[in-house]
Design a binder for this molecule. Structure first.
Ligand SMILES: Cc1ncc(COP(=O)(O)O)c(C=O)c1O
Length: 360
């Protein structure tokens, strides 16, 4: 049977009526920007994460740019970022006026570590951007020992946790994307910033609205970057489902391991105390593209991510730094296998059987 890489439709199908009626409420109310839905969603996501403030913004990229500025990053500063991530993490650093300094990642968890970050620090470093890659939390509390503010890019990790704390509550400030394929997704672009710090939250609120607190006085050069009422209304229907969906993703990861997938490919390693949300279930294989082709012939979708890592992208040429051997190896050998909250144990077994057949 064909197995898709993602399945975003099946989990949403039972919620269509609830979503339609919430959209109708917004239409009846006639307020589309920064109204009661955004406020309620901000409160509800803050309660879910266990943080004091959530501020909705236009998308996950703006969330990083605004978040870095709220952490005090200024023009000419350096921010340490992984190269093995979606391009937006580093792009946002440049848009905040700073210089991305790329660091390597750990081969097993694919995340940055205290050691890889330390190798990239200079006297000009003013922040660290840690990505919870593929939904697995980065060691953000440990990174805090380096004495610099850590922005947690939790775009891929809604529903994950580390040491009993939710991804998105692990550093000084965290950012989310609600892009339609994300674990907590809206029906367009959307993002949010989470923080416990009252002053940073106030600055973020001003920066998302042209640098103004009252629409009369403009204290900063900011952005027009707001989560809108319709998206917030949809997200309010989906947030209560997130833990169940994340449990479905974790059950699928366990099913992959139980079905013997580790005999044919290298599985992702879960750090101690982490409950990943497996936005993507990414294995490695020395001939990843060849394996993807063999799976496609059997109706199974699989895809390599970030084959050209960010530090090798043309726009990042001005920021090229030292060698990143683990990043280059992971970029060449990774392969995302089918994953969703509703992928069944038998679909997982079909994927593993197809990989076994392709490997014989
Ligand atoms: C790790 C990471 N950071 C940032 C982003 C940017 O989010 P958005 O597309 O909402 O701007 C994404 C997703 O697209 C992402 O995967």
């Amino acid at each position: 049977m064909p197995v898709p890489l993602f399945d975003t439709d099946t989990p949403l199908a039972p919620l269509h009526d609830a979503i339609r009626s919430r959209i109708a409420e917004v239409l009846d109310r006639g307020t589309y920007i920064l109204g009661s839905e955004v406020q309620a969603f901000e409160r509800e996501l803050a309660a879910y994460l266990g943080v004091r403030h959530v501020i909705g913004v236009g998308n996950g990229t703006d969330a990083i740019t605004i978040g870095l500025r709220a952490l005090g990053v200024r023009a000419g500063d350096e921010v340490v970022v992984p190269s093995f991530t979606f391009y937006a993490t580093a792009e946002a650093v440049v848009n905040a006026g700073a210089r991305p300094v790329f660091c390597d990642v750990d081969e097993a968890t694919r995340n940055i570590t205290v050691d890889t970050v330390r190798a990239a620090l200079t006297p000009r470093t003013t922040a660290i951007a840690a990505v919870d890659l593929f939904g697995c939390p980065a060691p953000v509390p440990e990174l805090g020992q380096l004495g610099l503010p850590v922005l947690e890019d939790a775009a891929q990790a809604a529903g994950a946790s580390l040491g009993g704390r939710r991804a998105g509550s692990l550093g000084e400030l965290a950012t989310f994307s609600f892009y339609p394929s994300k674990n907590l997704a809206c029906f367009g672009d959307g993002g949010a910033i989470a923080t416990d710090d009252d002053q940073r939250a106030e600055l973020v609120r001003a920066l998302r609205f042209h640098g103004s607190r009252d629409k009369l006085t403009f204290e900063h050069v900011g952005y027009n970057s707001r989560l809108d009422e319709l998206q917030a209304a949809i997200l309010r229907v989906l947030l209560p489902e997130l833990d169940r969906w994340s449990a479905g993703r974790r059950a699928a990861a366990h099913a992959y391991a139980a079905a013997g997938l580790g005999r044919y490919v290298t599985l992702p390693v879960t750090p101690d105390g982490a409950e990943p949300a497996w936005h993507l279930y990414v294995v490695t294989h020395r001939n990843a593209d060849g394996l993807a082709g063999a799976l496609a012939a059997r109706g199974i979708q699989a895809r390599g991510y970030y084959r050209t890592p960010v530090h090798r992208q043309p726009a990042m040429a001005p920021y090229a730094s030292g060698p990143l051997p683990v990043t280059d190896r992971l970029a060449a050998t990774n392969l995302a296998l089918p994953m969703s909250p509703v992928i069944s144990a038998s679909q997982v077994r079909d994927v593993v059987a197809a990989i076994a057949a392709a490997s014989s």
